[in-house]
Design a protein. Structure first.
Length: 274
């Protein structure tokens, strides 16, 4: 005869297990490149049904329909796809679109990362949503360990002044409240526009010249030279005179994923090599 206690335990176990399975989303729309990467990294890539533009990693992500871009989210297409979870980047949604999705009864996960710590926090939260808690712990643990190793190897007590160039027409940079600034600090660089009141301010050549940066770091593909050409001949800037202009792959530098550490590693190595 079965023990009532064992029988009750077995029933409770199967109830919990079946509830966990039913709660795990099966149709996921990932409406930002970093959210697509996170979903695949946490083991739920098979459930992705739609993505945003530039969701090109991993390779499998390219097969899905694109329903969001710089112009916002195609809500009609989103509703038609009938997702049971929508991952949305606050910066990529037009005014009122997130509220509209909630009004339509969609299950929405809102992402708004700005720092390395935000990546850890949001991946943990997404792991809960996807019922992929173990994968999220593994992801964030490795991420934190990699950051600690970088800091131990490269971070210095004295920082070299550096200018970050996000774009060239107009010239745009970043302040201290950005991911780029954190990467600079890891690599022993001092962001010369860290004190700006705007996260991504517009500056001019004369302002950069007055800051006298020792390094210029540009968000640009290696084969491109459009952005770096604007400094040609400006030898009054130490970084130009010494040839200390570093280009980093935007696909790594601007993704709020563990791939941002590829850019960090590259920057730290190149700074140390000069």
């Amino acid at each position: 005869m079965r023990s009532p206690i064992i029988y009750s335990f077995v029933l409770s176990f199967f109830f919990f297990f079946s509830h966990a399975l039913s709660a795990s989303p099966k149709r996921i729309a990932t409406l930002a490149p970093h959210l697509t990467e996170w979903t695949y990294s946490l083991g739920s890539g098979d459930h992705v049904i739609a993505v945003s533009s530039y969701s090109d990693f991993p390779e499998d992500a390219k097969k899905h329909p694109i329903i969001a871009d710089a112009n916002g989210i195609n809500l009609a297409k989103l509703v038609e796809l009938n997702p049971d979870l929508v991952l949305v980047w606050r910066s990529n949604a037009k005014l009122g679109q997130i509220e509209r999705m909630k009004q339509l009864g969609l299950n929405v996960f809102i992402s708004d990362p700005h720092t390395l710590e935000d990546i850890e926090k949001e991946v943990t939260a997404l792991g809960e949503k996807l019922s992929q808690q173990v994968a999220a712990i593994n992801y964030t643990t490795q991420f934190k360990n990699d950051i600690a190793q970088l800091k131990q190897h490269y971070q210095k007590s004295q920082f070299a002044p550096a200018f970050f160039q996000l774009w060239h027409t107009p010239i745009m940079t970043a302040n201290k409240h950005t991911l780029v600034n954190q990467i600079f600090e890891i690599c022993g660089l001092e962001n010369v526009f860290a004190a700006s009141d705007v996260n991504y301010p517009t500056v001019n050549k004369e302002q950069v010249m007055l800051k006298r940066p020792e390094f210029i770091v540009i968000s640009e593909m290696d084969e491109d030279n459009v952005q770096s050409e604007i400094w040609q001949g400006m030898v009054s800037i130490p970084a130009v005179k010494k040839g200390q202009i570093i280009k980093l792959n935007p696909d790594h530098l601007h993704r709020y994923t563990n791939r941002v550490l590829i850019a960090a590693n590259e920057l730290c190595r190149k700074v140390s090599a000069f």
